[in-house]
Every structure is written in C-alpha cells, then in structure tokens.
Design a binder for this molecule. Structure first.
Ligand code: SF4
Length: 444
C-alpha cells in the first residue's frame, strides 16, 4: 500500500490535499533534474543544494539552487525538501502548471512552484540587494526579520554566558554574518535607521504581491525592551503607509500589553507569540529561555491580553508538533504529545487564540533531516483534532492573517478552506470578496 493510500484509509476526515502536503513535508521528494531549470523562475531556497556524486554538474556547478515552495492548483503551498528515499518525485508535465507530483509511477496531481518575485533581485537606493534587507516571502506573507540574533543563546550569568535557546532552533543563533549587515547589536533596542529604511523600501516595492507583513526577530531578555523595539519598527512602517498596504502582525515574544496597544494604535492588526510546546514540563525542557525568563503563565497571559487588544480572530501561537518526543526527558508515548497538543487547542481556541502547528523537522543533532516515523501520523491526528475544535467553536484560522498561501509548513488553513462548516463564515466571505475585487482590479 502506498503512503497516500494508507493515509487516505487512516485519515478520511483530512482533506486529500492536506494528506498529500503532510506526506510531502514529511517524506520530501526525490531529486529530479527538472528542478534545476525550474529554479530559474521559482522563489529560491535560501540553502544551496549539492548534487550527489552520480549527478552530472549543472551549468558547470555542483552547488545549485532549487525552488523553495510548491504551489498546487488550489493554492496549497508547501516547502520542498529533497530526500533520496522519498516515494514522491516532481516531473515535467503537459499541464499548464508545467510539472506533476508522482508517488512511485502514479501521477498524483499537477504542480508549479511559487514564483520568484522581481523584488528579490532588485537593489535598494543605497545598492543593497532587497533580499538582504531582512525580508523573505512565503507566498502571500512577507516575513521581516531585521534583528535575527536571539539573546536566549547568550544569557549573561556569573562570568560566562549560558545557552537557553529552544532546543530545535538554529535560526535565532546570534551569527555575526547575519547580524552585522543589519547592524543588530545584542541587548540594544534599536536597529539602525538605515536598516529600517532599506527593509521599508523593499516592502513598498509593488512586485511583492504579498498580503501580510509579519514582523519577527530574535528574543530579547527584557520583554519591555522587545516591545519597545517593535513599537519603534511599527512607527516606521505606519509612517511609510505599510500598515495600510499589508495586514501587519507582530511575531514577538510575550511583550507587555501597553506595547501591544501602541502597536494596534499604529495599525498593527494581529499578534503571534509562539509558545512552541504546551505541556509545562516539556516547555521548560525544550524552551528553557522562554520558560525561565518569561514563564509559561505570563506567556499565556500575554496571548489573552493580545485578544483584548487585537480581537479574537487576530491572535495565534505557533507550536512545533512532535518536539515533545525528542531528546532526554521526552514524552515516552506519542499519545501524550497528542493529548497535550489537543489540550492546547481546547484551552486556547475558545479564547480566540489559534494554536497553529508545524511539523517537527529535525534541524539539529546527528540525525538531522531524519524525521521520526511517528511524526507524520501525530501531525495528522492533531490536525484532525484541532480542526474539529475550530469547527465546534466556529473559529476558523483567519485567512486575512494566515491563509493557504502563507502556510507552507502548517495545515490549519488547508482544513478550514474546504470545511463546509465555514463556507458562509464572515472571514471566508470577506477573503473571497477581497480576492475577487483584487482580481477585478488586475483584470485577472
Ligand atoms: S526564542 Fe527560541 S525559537 Fe525564538 S529565536 Fe530564540 S531560541 Fe529560537
């Protein structure tokens, strides 16, 4: 039985496209040379790919670029990853999208790639490549990260620093190569003015075609300072008209309510404070910085404050599905991880806070890139459970904030978009009418 056949039998309540997406996030795709030419016009993966020994070089090179995101016919988006033992492969196809997904020799569906947006190869007025301004894009969502270094990696203590970073995290590493071009200094609130000027210039570019602008950054040790940093960035975005152009959301740590209010008054519309792991003991083990410096109760309290400030359809918290099952002190049984994840949904969703889960990808340790076998099933079971809670509570994930073309590692929007219970939900009606008027305006 193929992987997709097994998933169809086991998870009939999951939309077929969500099963396919989960399977491909988990298993990746086998390399095919059509990906090499496709990268000329696709949004590029920020990590280069090294051709394996049996493959001839491409345009004289063994280190090549591959597309970053697949885009299916119904706008489902997912991150592409190469895994040699995957049952899936992408091959050229006569469909207008140009390619198709195969499982073994069975053609599953047509696919294309998220296109490279012209802004990514342009320069700002001072000659900086726009893609080096701290801006990246996943479909409809621009992610602005002008202060990537996270202070939890270097917490000052008696004569030395301690690493209290989240165990799965590599992207917050205070790496000089990333921080220096942006001028970020650890323990300093302000990011240099020219850095903000440049990223604003990139965000204002008409070819982003994005709808959301999500402000993120590494954590600061002092939540009030982190709040202040983002209020100051939001002031600049508002002055440049970007809070009108985009749905701007703040993806900070659990900042004080006063800072949330200031951001809302500047036009910021949503907040996402990532708790990462729900169970208190696992949270302390996996996120020692968040747990010891902020604390779980304060984190949840900040999410509740955010509902007061931004409204119930405008608050989310991201979680890493399966992180509780890895490393020393992990849950012994996947059922515990599932129960805990569903408890997060049962607690947060009725309060107007969406719990959004991404599949746990192993990014660190000696088995990096080898996902544990239970992860795929855990991911689908918890997504089915969370979708049922959202349906019961009549609270879909707000497509203005986080829609199908923003979710490249998560499934929630893929469930809600086809859930008959939400067909007439005001949020989906509003999103459909906004897409219709945008199409009319562009002649699409
Ligand atoms: S708070 Fe955790 S997940 Fe966020 S950047 Fe720091 S270490 Fe990484």
């Amino acid at each position: 039985m193929s992987m997709l056949e097994r998933l169809a039998e086991t998870y009939p309540a999951t939309p077929p496209v969500a099963r396919l997406k989960a399977a491909m996030l988990f298993a990746g795709v086998r390399f095919h040379r059509c990906l090499l030419e496709a990268a000329d016009t696709a949004f590029p993966n920020y990590m280069p790919y090294h051709l394996t020994d049996g493959e001839p070089p491409f345009r004289g090179k063994r280190q090549v670029q591959l597309p970053y995101l697949l885009r299916l016919e119904d706008d489902t988006q997912l991150r592409l990853r190469i895994k040699d033992d995957s049952p899936f492969q992408i091959r050229p196809d006569g469909h207008r999208l140009g390619f198709a997904i195969y499982e073994g020799e069975r053609r599953i569906c047509p696919t294309g790639f998220e296109e490279r947006q012209p802004w990514t190869s342009m320069l700002t007025a001072d000659g900086t490549p726009m893609r080096a301004t701290g801006l990246s894009q996943h479909g409809d969502m621009l992610v602005m990260n002008v202060a990537p270094g996270c202070e939890y990696f270097v917490v000052p203590g008696e004569g030395r620093t301690r690493n209290l970073s989240c165990t799965f995290c590599l992207y917050g590493l205070p790496d000089k190569q990333r921080m220096a071009p942006l001028g970020q200094e650890l323990y300093v609130i302000d990011v240099p003015r020219p850095t903000i000027d440049r990223v604003i210039e990139a965000c204002r570019h008409p070819t982003t075609e994005a709808k959301q602008l999500y402000m993120v950054g590494g954590s600061m040790l002092d939540m009030a300072e982190e709040g202040e940093r983002f209020v100051r960035i939001a002031e600049r975005l508002a002055a440049a008209g970007l809070t009108e152009k985009y749905y701007v959301a703040c993806g900070t740590g659990a900042i004080p309510k006063a800072h949330m209010k200031r951001m809302r008054d500047l036009g910021v519309r949503g907040a996402c404070f990532n708790l990462e792991v729900w169970d208190p003991a696992q949270f302390a083990r996996i996120c020692p910085g968040k747990a010891s410096i902020v604390g779980r109760d304060r984190w949840i309290g900040a999410l509740e404050d955010a509902v007061d400030v931004f409204g119930p359809d405008h608050v989310m918290s991201a979680f890493v599905g399966g992180a509780e099952l890895e490393g020393e002190g992990a849950f012994a049984d996947p059922q515990q991880a599932l129960d805990s994840a569903l408890e997060a949904g049962e607690t947060l969703i009725p309060k107007g806070i969406q719990a959004v889960y991404s599949l746990f990808w192993k990014m660190t340790g000696k088995n990096r890139g080898e996902e544990p076998a239970y992860t795929l099933d855990l991911f689908l079971r918890l997504n089915e459970g969370l979708a049922a809670i959202r349906r019961r509570e009549n609270r879909p994930v707000n497509p203005e904030f986080f829609g199908k073309r923003a979710a490249y590692m998560q499934l929630e929007p893929d469930y809600d978009a086809v859930d008959p219970a939400f067909r007439d939900h005001p949020k989906f009606v509003a999103a459909a009418s906004a897409a219709g008027s945008a199409g009319a305006a562009t002649g699409a």
